[in-house]
Design a protein around this ligand. Structure first.
Ligand code: SAH
Length: 363
């Protein structure tokens, strides 16, 4: 385990880093060097920042650290997806997924260790909430994954898209999340701009309003998975706190904040015989039309089954029907292809599974 007391510099933005450097009596430009060392060169130790004097590196190491996460295992799927199981300094699991396609790379990061929401179809829910991740822990996930794929500080040929769709509810860790995204967008750092980022929420309504007001905000996805309160109450208990009417009022308000050409997404996990009937597809289309949501698309996510879950994927034919019914009513719908199912890396599968019999790369 790594030490806790030290300040994790990866979680400081440029001005906080400048303040820190001033406090320890060093010249201002050192802050810039450290920021670049951490975020552009993606170094995980001060010792490698050889543009800093040795004595200063030693001084830094006494009070601060460039890393708090350790990689416990890495799994590689037959489709090329990689799952990283990491541990925080206090021994809690953090999972991050690298999803390559021909044209772009996507990293799916976690905002919390475990998750407090009790969505009935999700494996992460079984962990409960362990704790919020710090800003530094959020940023470091991306650094670790990029280094693993492209080498330390190596160029990222496809650019990187980020999705806040790993473990946890991002909007219950709002401040740390937004600060992490801000740090990652810095040109002299990772330079992953908000336009390349999508955050998914299960429906923390007040935060949707707050998110809409942010000046530099990423894209938004909302997990819906049911067309009415009765069913959503059961599948996603957060609906008992903020129901579909409240959620859709917020979504409508969010729609007004969209930029030219931008849309937002509802995610709908298809559960065989539970939420995938023709009638439910029609209710879903009606709901969107009732709130006059026109700049929205629906991502239909095939359910990823697991032993501890009481649900099954929909039949392929029904998935197509569901999509067609939505489209016949003017709603854009896309069926998502599961990635990394064989290594517990797909949606709703992040449950800190450490299984030696999965294909693993030794670190
Ligand atoms: N808590 C946020 C961020 C997680 S995103 C949210 O719920 O939006 C993870 C996505 O995977 C969510 O859309 C969730 O509904 C979906 N999901 C959960 N369990 C799943 C499963 N077993 N199969 C497919 N998708 C699942």
């Amino acid at each position: 385990m790594k030490t806790v007391e030290k300040l994790h510099l990866t979680g400081l933005n440029a001005s906080e880093l400048a303040e820190f450097v001033a406090q320890i009596g060093e010249p201002k430009y050192r802050a810039k060097q450290i920021f670049k060392g951490l975020h552009e060169r993606r170094l995980l130790s001060f010792d490698e920042m050889t543009d800093l004097p040795k004595a200063f590196r030693e001084k830094l190491s006494e009070t601060a650290t460039a890393t708090t996460l350790t990689v416990e295992s890495r799994y590689v799927s037959e489709d090329g997806t990689r799952r990283f199981l990491m541990k925080t300094h206090d021994g809690l699991p953090v999972e991050t997924v690298f999803i390559p396609t021909d044209t772009r790379d996507t990293i799916c990061f976690s905002s919390q260790s475990g998750c407090p929401l009790k969505c009935d179809f999700c494996l992460t829910a079984k962990l409960g909430l362990l704790r919020n991740l710090t800003t530094g822990e959020i940023v470091e996930q991306i650094i670790i994954v990029l280094n693993d794929v492209y080498g330390v500080g190596g160029e990222t040929p496809h650019g990187t898209n980020l999705v806040g769709m790993g473990a946890g509810e991002p909007f219950l860790n709002f401040e740390n999340l937004i600060k992490a995204l801000d740090i990652m967008s810095e040109e002299e750092g990772l330079f992953i701009v908000p336009n390349r980022v999508t955050i998914s929420t299960a429906g923390i309504v007040p935060k949707i309003y707050e998110f809409a007001k942010l000046e530099k905000r990423p894209h938004l996805a909302i997990s819906l998975s049911a067309p009415n309160n009765e069913l959503r109450d059961k599948l996603m208990p957060i609906n008992r706190r903020w129901n579909i009417e409240e959620l859709f009022a917020a979504a409508k308000e969010f729609e007004k904040s969209l930029r030219r050409g931008e849309r937002f997404t509802f995610e709908y996990v298809l559960l065989g015989g539970v939420n995938d009937s023709d009638e439910q597809a029609r209710s879903l289309a009606n709901l969107l039309n009732k709130y006059d949501l026109t700049r929205v698309k629906i991502n239909l996510i095939p359910h990823n089954p697991a032993e501890q879950l009481d649900y099954f994927p929909s039949k392929t034919q029904q998935v197509e029907r569901f999509k067609e019914i939505l489209e016949s009513r003017g709603v854009d719908a896309y069926v998502r292809r599961p990635r990394g199912r064989d290594i517990y890396a797909a949606c709703g599968q992040l449950a800190a599974k450490n299984e030696p019999n999965l294909v693993q790369i030794t670190v």
